[in-house]
Design a protein around this ligand. Sequence first.
Ligand code: PRP
Ligand code: ZN
Ligand code: MG
Length: 213
Amino acid sequence: MSDIIRIAIQKSGRLSEDSLRLLKECGIRFDNGAGKLKTTATNFPAEILFLRDDDIPGYVEDGVAHLGIVGQNVSEETDRDVDTIYNLGFSKCRLSIGIPRATGYQGIQDLQDKKIATSYPRILSKYLKSNGVNAEIHEISGSVEIAPGIGLADAICDIVSSGSTLLSNGLKEVEVVMRSEAVMIAYKQMTEGQRAILNQLIFRIDSVQAAKN
Ligand code: PRP
Ligand code: ZN
Ligand code: MG
């Protein structure tokens, strides 16, 4: 069988549309009918996998997918052994700490001994440590913004893009922990044939990016 590369993108979420658009702008044609988890491109040696973004770095580390498009936030939190090969410049967001709007805030020391809910325990704990703050990190996998309102935590640390999720949950942003954008990550042990396909793809991404600047 001739070489093919498997590209993992987010099934549904903030990165999905931009990731699909990038592949289409690169001239890669495929059918992504609703609910499809895998599809084969019709004019490029690639398969597209539609996965939960948090799972993508693990699949790429194992070589189940050869390339993945994820946020730097997810890549850093999962800390897998992959190569980050392209800063894509879309799906920009912040990983931020939020607290209830009515709560006063002088500075990061106010988080001392507080309980913070997050899906990013690794990044958050590094950040708190580097700021000399000791807080209790409560890991939850989704709907983090609800935690203060139901008495589960004093603060949250989650992705902020438009800010509308914070707003509609009565929270305000008080610290930016990291800024993030979409990146392409790659499996470290691709075959020569796969690398050749990757180089074609990178050439196309370069052209798409150049046209935007
Ligand atoms: C993030 C975050 C919020 C939302 C914030 O989710 O968890 O739900 O985006 O965006 P807003 O400021 O525009 O309202 P993300 O897309 O990273 O997906 P996931 O948590 O489901 O992986
Ligand atoms: Zn996610
Ligand atoms: Mg979310």
